[in-house]
Design a protein around this ligand. Structure first.
Ligand code: NDP
Ligand code: BG6
Length: 480
């Protein structure tokens, strides 16, 4: 990037899990690729007491040398850390933000500067921070340089009403064009490829509809426990933590109509249109579960409610499977079965498109041949990014035997390029002002409208989730 105005990147909640494990390593990766707009500085802010030196030590533990040739990595780390500063204070303390302001003005040499504020904090303190940033005079108005942008992590609220109230309050400080609602799944390489796969190839679009597709499955699994995040997770549950955002975004990209253009507004409009066609979920269309004690690959895990950060009588679901209906001409009658679970048997995210069987298939007419399985297109988001299409073939040899085999694209074998972490792509987009991978306000509203009636029913009826053993495949998918 060409040298221009100074850029200050402020990470609020800099002592936290997301900041240390994802945001600072992603910024370092961008620095190593010379993608940070020079001159720049990073500021960490949180309540935890750090000096600049101890803050740099904490960050350094998670930086990796993926993009630096061996000999240069230490040098690059030293340069990067040298531009990181830290300010500690309470999230509603005007004085602390004034202190931040003074430090920023100092490195910005009292010139107008571009500023990114990344709110890597629990949603309960978003508003305090937004007001404190505004009151300290840190935010520049307008879209042109110097710009001020705010990055908000999900979950944005707990239902439609709380999300709207939060958006309304935040809008007093940051207008919509300055607001980047991040869903890191949109930055994952395979998810970014969905648009290209669907619309840059001739073969998919003609069959991407109810006439040829019988069912779509989107599965998200983790074989992890809460790792200290129970205080947050227990208030939100799997429906709000993963399904309402990450999986609904995937659904929107799989199901949407072709956007008019490739710009952020056109893509968001195409997604909104689709999400507004999704029928609000009802309890009968959902399976809820909560993990009990169990083991994965020989390691034992306690039950969800035995996690010290979780209430003993918690009914919060750690697993959900929902059968969604999209009421439009392309998808009517095609179930989208979306499943998410923690404490399962593997870590994996995939999209499975199940095609209809061949009509009047000649290989199924008598018992001579094994009737072929319908085709499936599998898009594996993680781990080991891949896209494969299962097709029926003649097994080589005498006679006619049929077997399914995959046309298989494994990213690691097919591409020599490094696969960037989702946060690297998304942070670069924010710096460049590209909002196409971020959630627009009306998109968020449409996503909440699908889940809000169900969430209220679960709360009112105090619905109990079904137990499943940690390390199992969960209590089953929704077939209602
Ligand atoms: P943490 O629980 O690590 O919190 C971040 C920081 O916020 C903490 O270091 C702490 O800093 C401060 N904090 C924690 N709890 C409170 C509280 N109750 N009141 C005030 N301050 C508090 O969260 P994460 O870093 O995991 O997540 C931050 C945000 O990012 C959340 O919105 C989360 O949903 C989202 N997210 C996280 C992901 C992850 O992988 N961790 C992935 C995707 C989204 P201090 O005490 O120093 O002030
Ligand atoms: C976060 C959720 O948004 O995504 C976590 O809050 C979850 O509960 C995480 O573990 C999964 O992200 P990834 O990129 O590791 O699949």
């Amino acid at each position: 990037m060409a040298a221009g105005k100074h850029t200050s990147i402020v990470v609020i909640g800099a002592s936290g899990d997301l900041a240390r494990k994802k945001i600072f390593p992603a910024l370092f990766a961008l620095y190593c690729q010379r993608l940070l707009p020079d001159p720049w500085h990073v500021f960490g802010f949180a309540r935890t007491e750090f000096t600049d030196a101890t803050f740099r030590e904490a960050i350094a533990q998670h930086l990796t040398c993926r993009y630096s040739p061996d000999g240069e990595c230490d040098l690059r780390m030293g340069e990067f850390l040298g531009r990181c500063r830290y300010v500690s204070g309470a999230y509603d303390a005007r004085d602390a933000f004034l202190d931040l302001y003074l430090k920023m003005r100092d490195v910005e040499q009292h010139q107008p500067a571009n500023r990114m504020f990344y709110l890597a904090i629990p949603p309960s303190v978003f508003l305090d921070v937004a007001h404190a940033i505004g009151d300290a005079g840190l935010v520049a108005c307008g879209q042109r340089e110097p710009w001020s942008r705010v990055v908000l992590e999900k979950p944005f609220g707990k239902d439609r009403a709380t999300s709207d109230a939060l958006a309304h309050a935040l809008a007093q400080v940051f207008v919509e064009d300055q607001t980047y609602r991040i869903d890191h799944y949109l930055g994952k390489e395979v998810i970014q490829n969905l648009l290209v796969l669907r619309f840059a190839n001739l073969v998919f679009e003609p069959i991407w509809n109810r006439q040829y597709i019988e069912r779509v499955e989107i599965v998200w699994k983790e074989d992890l426990s809460l790792a200290g995040r129970g205080g947050y997770f227990d208030q939100y549950g799997i429906l709000r933590d993963v399904m309402q955002n990450h999986l609904i975004q995937i659904l929107a990209l799989v199901a949407m109509e072709p956007p008019a253009r490739l710009d952020a507004a056109s893509i968001a409009s195409a997604k909104v249109e689709t999400l507004r066609s999704v029928a609000p979920l009802e309890l009968a269309e959902v399976v809820l579960g909560q993990y009990q004690a169990g083991e994965v690959r020989g390691q034992s895990f306690p039950a969800y409610v035995d996690d010290p950060t979780v209430r003993k009588d918690s009914r919060t679901p750690t697993f959900a499977s929902a059968r969604l209906k999209i009421n439009n001409a392309r998808w009517e009658g095609v179930p989208f079965v979306v499943t998410a679970g923690k404490g399962l048997d593997a870590r994996m995210t995939e999209i499975r498109i199940r095609f209809r069987p061949v009509a009047a298939n000649m290989f199924c007419r008598d018992d001579v041949y094994t009737c072929p399985e319908p085709n499936q297109l599998v898009i594996r988001v993680q781990p080991d990014e891949a896209i494969y299409l299962s097709l029926t073939h003649k097994v080589p040899g005498m006679g006619l035997r049929l077997q399914a085999r995959n046309l298989d694209l494994q990213y690691k074998a097919a591409f020599s390029e490094l696969i960037p972490d989702a946060y690297e792509s998304l942070l670069l987009d924010i710096l460049r002002g590209d909002r196409s991978l971020f959630i627009r306000h009306d998109e968020l509203q449409a996503a909440w409208d699908i889940f809000t009636p169900l969430l209220h029913t679960i709360d009112q009826q105090q619905t109990s989730p079904q137990p499943y053993a940690f390390g199992s495949s969960g209590p089953g998918s929704s077939s209602a």
